[in-house]
Structures are given as C-alpha cells and as structure tokens.
Design a protein around this ligand. Structure first.
Ligand SMILES: [Zn+2]
Ligand SMILES: [Zn+2]
Length: 334
C-alpha cells in the first residue's frame, strides 16, 4: 500500500512526510482490515510532526479515518464485509485500570492514539480492533464523515465539559475544523454563540453558521460569556477568554499542546470570582458514538477541503497557517 510516513521530527515547512510503499497491515485475531477512503487532517498531526507530542517513529499519521471493512481477524465478528466504518483518536485502552473502570478510558494508563502510538490513516489501509471502530451514519459522504471523528467528537466532549446550558452564551476562540462543528451543536442546543478569531474569513463563516457576534480575540463582546472553549494554539488566548468570562464561568482548553506558554495570569482580574480552567484529553468511544448519532440527527454537515494523499504536507502547512475553510481531508486513490 501507499502511505505518507513521518520518519523524524521536523518543522512542517520542510515537508517531512514521505510517500512510501509498505506491506498492507495484517489484522490480528480481534481486528479488522479497513480499506481507507478518506482521512481528516488535524492540528494534532502538527504537534506530532513538530515534536510537541511524541509519536512512535516511523509512523503513519492520521486519526479521522473512514473506510470499508475488507478482511477480518479470526475472532472478529462485529462488522460485515464492506461495512463503512470510522476510526478515531482512541486506538485502544486497557479496560482494566481505574480510569477505564470509571468510564474515563480517555485517561487510561495505557492509552494508545491512532496515528501516534499505532499506524493511522494517511495510507490506503489500516488495521484496528473491531471494538474501536464505528459504523458511519448513511447521511454523510466519506469526506464529510472524516472530520466528525476528531474535530467533531472532541468538540462534542469540549462542549459537554464546558457545562454550557440552554439559553447561555458560549464563546469560541479560534474557528477551525472543530469550532465550526461545535457552533452547530451549540445552536441546536439553544445557546447563543460569540466567536473570537483573527481571520476575517473565519468570522464570516461563523456568522453564516449562526454566531450572533464575531470579533478579534482581544475585542470585547456585547456581553460576558457563560462558558468558553479555546481552540487556538497560542497561550495569550487564555487571558483574552478569562477577561470576558462571566463570574463562575468555565474555560475549556481544547488543544493537546499550546505552541507557546500561557503568560502569567492576573489572579484578581482573571481568575477570582470562581472562574475555572479545564483541559480536555483524548476522547472515549462513547463520545465518538454519541456524537456520530447527534451529528446525523441535527444534521451537521462539515465544510471540507479535499487533498490527495501525496498532498498531505501541503494540507498540513495550510492548516498551520489557518488557511483551510472548515476541515482538510485527504482522499485516497485506488
Ligand atoms: Zn484530531
Ligand atoms: Zn485503562
């Protein structure tokens, strides 16, 4: 099969992903072999490539995978041949540690990420445990379904962890792949949404998707926000969000790593009054499954920009520059 492989940590501008021919993966007893049709491009791949999180090397990146079941391991029986399935960031969890037992498998002591600790979707095939794959609802095309698996599923977790309730005001900082899905859930739940982003194009897309106000991150919105989600890779946003957060409000930081550190926070001005900061780590299978059903019900149709597999470096560079409208998706050729 053809795959775009990362062999060493490097700035993405050096185009470190290399097209290689490698043998198709062989599914283990409880695994399925999936012929990949599309794979979403996520900011987390930039963190892996540039070394802010440490993948096993060499690695096939990609954790928003849509494809069809082509072969089974000897004990796999959950799916039929040809079923369209999705694979997300959670590649495996032990099922035995106290986090797993409490329903927090996203925090599992032996957590493995797709395209980080196990080969992922920047390739024509992948193998995964049948327990970590999901049927994709019919109403989505292969390209539309891909960003639902991370940008969407993590966004859904961010939104739940923010504690937002109907009729409250939500602030979204940054408006890329995840935020443009989150706004659609929040509107469906009856929330008012304010969007803070440097990009004029993203502000326009936010208004088209129902934001009642959109401005730059340091601007003051018409009123305070009850909950905030920070999708930006920069540390300064934390202070901007806390400044406009209502007393008792919660800021959820949705990124795995910030590109630069969070500047010192003035406790009296920014944190007092029972404000909270919470981060989000990984997703559970329940997040992915609940979100796929919700996305089909609303429905959420992500905006996507397609690239060929061999254009993965280019797609990631554009993503780093914030130049992709909605979500970037790689489409595999036969
Ligand atoms: Zn992701
Ligand atoms: Zn565990």
């Amino acid at each position: 099969m053809k795959a775009m492989v990362l062999k060493e940590i490097s700035p993405i501008e050096k185009e470190p992903l290399e097209m290689v021919d490698m043998p198709n993966p062989v599914p283990g007893p409880k695994e399925i072999l999936v012929k990949i049709s599309t794979c979403g491009v996520c900011h987390t791949e930039l963190d892996e490539i540039e070394g802010r999180i440490q993948p096993k090397l060499p690695i096939v990146l990609g954790h928003e995978i849509v494809g069809r079941v082509e072969r089974f391991g000897s004990e796999a029986k959950k799916f039929n041949l040809g079923d369209r399935v999705g694979i997300a960031w959670i590649n495996s969890a032990c099922g035995k540690c106290h986090f797993c037992e409490e329903g927090n498998e996203n925090l599992c002591l032996a957590f493995k990420g797709t395209g980080c600790h196990a080969n992922g979707g920047y390739a024509q095939y992948t193998a995964v445990s049948e327990d970590f794959a999901y049927l994709i609802p019919k109403r989505f095309s292969d390209s539309e379904a891909a960003p639902l698996l991370c940008a969407g599923a993590i966004g859904y977790r961010d939104l739940r962890l923010s504690g937002i309730k109907k009729d409250q005001t939500l602030g979204l900082f940054g408006f890329g792949a995840s935020a443009h899905i989150v706004i659609q859930i929040a509107k469906y739940w009856g929330c008012e949404v304010f969007v803070f982003t440097r990009s004029e194009e993203h502000r326009n897309l936010a208004k088209k998707l129902g934001a009642s106000w959109a401005g730059r991150p340091e601007e003051a919105p018409p009123k305070k926000i009850d909950c905030a989600i920070d999708f930006t890779p920069v540390g300064e946003t934390v202070a901007h969000a806390l400044r406009v957060l209502e007393k008792g409000g919660r800021l959820v930081i949705a990124v795995i790593r910030k590109r630069n550190s969070i500047p010192p926070l003035d406790y009296a001005q920014l944190l007092w009054d029972e404000k909270e900061i919470k981060s989000v780590a990984n997703i559970t299978r329940k997040d992915a499954q609940e979100f796929l059903s919700l996305a089909a019900e609303i429905p959420i149709i992500p905006e996507v920009q397609e690239f060929k597999l061999e254009e993965a470096n280019k797609a990631l560079i554009l993503s780093k520059q914030g130049k992709i409208q909605g979500a970037g998706v790689l489409r595999m050729s036969d």
